[in-house]
Design a protein around this ligand. Structure first.
Ligand code: SF4
Length: 311
C-alpha cells in the first residue's frame, strides 16, 4: 500500500525536474549584505551573527569553481552519477551590478555536472534587470530564487530590523513568478512578538504568494547577535520552542498551507559553538521522521485546512 500523502517534499520535487540525483552545493561567493552597509539599513537583522559578518569572512579565498569542485568530490564518492545545483547561499547573492553577478553565476554554471542555480537573497534586493537576465537563464538551466521572507508581519520585520516590508516580499515574489522563474521562501517560526496563532495564520499569507518552495525554520539564538543580548536582558519576551511544541506548530502550519507548495526543510542547524538556545541536538532527517510519525497519528496532511482559510 502506498504511504499516505503528508506534504510535498523537496526530493520528489527534484525528481520531477531531473532524471538523475541532484545535490545542492552551498557557496560563499564573496557577497556582502545591504542591511549592514547602510544601503538598506544598518546593524543587520537582529538574529544574524555579527561576528561572522566581516569583510574577511565574506572575502573567501576559494573561487566559486574551487568550492564546487570540492563539494562534488565529497558527494561523488557515494554517488558518482550525481549532478549539482550551485547554491549561492551566504549573505545577499543578488547584491551587486549585473555584470559582476552574471560572472559569478556563469562561473558556477560552467562547472561540469552543475545543472542549475539556487540563489538566496532579500526581497528588496532584486532588480527587474537581473530578473530579466535570470528569465533568460532559466530557458537553458534550472533556476530557483530563494527569498528570505522571515515573517509576513511588518511589526515583526521592524522588530528584527529586517529592513524590508511584507509588501516588498509580495512585490519581489510576484515579479519573479511573472517571469516564470521558480521562487522559494524562507520563514522563521518563533520570532519575538508573534504568538502561536500568528505563526499559524502566517500560512495563509504565504499561501497567497506564487511560491514553489518553502523552508520553515525554528528561531535559534546565535552568540554575538543583538537578539541573543535581548534574550539575556529580557527572556520573558521570547518563547523558545521545545521540539514537540515546534512540531505541533509546524503541523498546524502545514495543514493551512496551499497544497502544492513544496516544503524543503523544517529545521535550522546552527553550529553548536555558536548556538545559545534552543539546543535540540537533532538532525534534519531525524526531525522529518518524527514529523511523519506524528502527522500519521493525527491524520494530518498539507492543505487539509487550506480551504477553510478562505483562499
Ligand atoms: S540575515 Fe541576511 S539580510 Fe539579515 S543581516 Fe544577515 S546577511 Fe544581512
Amino acid at each position: 500500500m502506498d504511504a499516505p500523502f503528508l506534504y510535498n517534499d523537496f526530493s520528489t520535487f527534484l525528481k520531477r525536474h531531473f532524471p538523475f540525483k541532484v545535490q545542492k552545493i552551498s557557496l560563499n561567493a564573496g557577497f556582502t549584505c545591504p542591511n549592514r552597509d547602510g544601503t538598506k539599513g544598518y546593524g543587520g537583522c537582529t538574529y544574524c551573527n555579527n561576528q561572522t559578518f566581516n569583510p574577511e569572512y565574506c572575502r573567501t579565498d576559494k573561487s566559486i569553481v574551487q568550492q564546487l569542485e570540492e563539494g562534488k568530490l565529497f558527494f561523488a564518492r557515494k554517488y558518482p552519477q550525481m549532478k549539482y545545483l550551485a547554491y549561492f547561499q551566504a549573505y545577499t547573492n543578488t547584491y551587486g551590478g549585473l555584470e559582476a553577478l552574471r560572472r559569478k553565476y556563469e562561473e558556477a554554471l560552467a562547472v561540469d555536472d552543475v545543472v542549475g542555480l539556487v540563489i538566496g537573497t532579500r526581497p528588496d534586493c532584486m532588480s527587474d534587470e537581473l530578473l530579466d537576465y535570470l528569465a533568460e537563464q532559466k530557458e537553458r538551466t534550472f533556476v530557483l530564487i530563494e527569498y528570505g521572507i522571515e515573517s509576513t508581519s511588518d511589526k515583526t520585520l521592524r522588530r528584527i530590523n529586517r529592513g524590508h516590508t511584507w509588501a516588498e516580499t509580495v512585490d519581489a515574489v510576484r515579479r519573479t513568478s511573472e517571469r516564470g522563474i521558480l521562487c522559494g521562501g524562507h520563514v522563521i517560526l518563533g520570532l519575538p512578538g508573534e504568538t502561536r496563532a500568528d505563526m499559524v495564520r502566517q500560512a495563509e499569507d504565504i499561501s497567497s504568494l506564487p511560491l514553489t518552495t518553502l523552508k520553515l525554520h525554528q528561531l535559534q539564538l546565535i552568540r554575538g547577535t543583538r537578539m541573543a543580548r535581548e534574550y539575556e536582558e529580557k527572556p520573558e519576551d521570547f518563547h523558545l520552542f521545545d521540539v514537540d511544541e515546534y512540531m505541533e506548530v509546524v503541523i498546524d502550519y502545514v495543514e493551512r498551507l496551499r497544497p502544492d507548495i513544496v516544503l524543503e526543510r523544517f529545521l535550522s542547524q546552527s553550529p553548536k559553538d555558536l548556538l545559545v538556545a534552543p539546543d535540540w541536538n537533532l538532525k534534519n532527517y531525524e526531525f522529518n521522521h518524527r514529523l511523519w510519525k506524528r502527522m500519521r497519528e493525527l491524520d494530518a496532511y498539507q492543505g487539509k485546512k487550506y480551504d477553510k482559510c478562505g483562499k
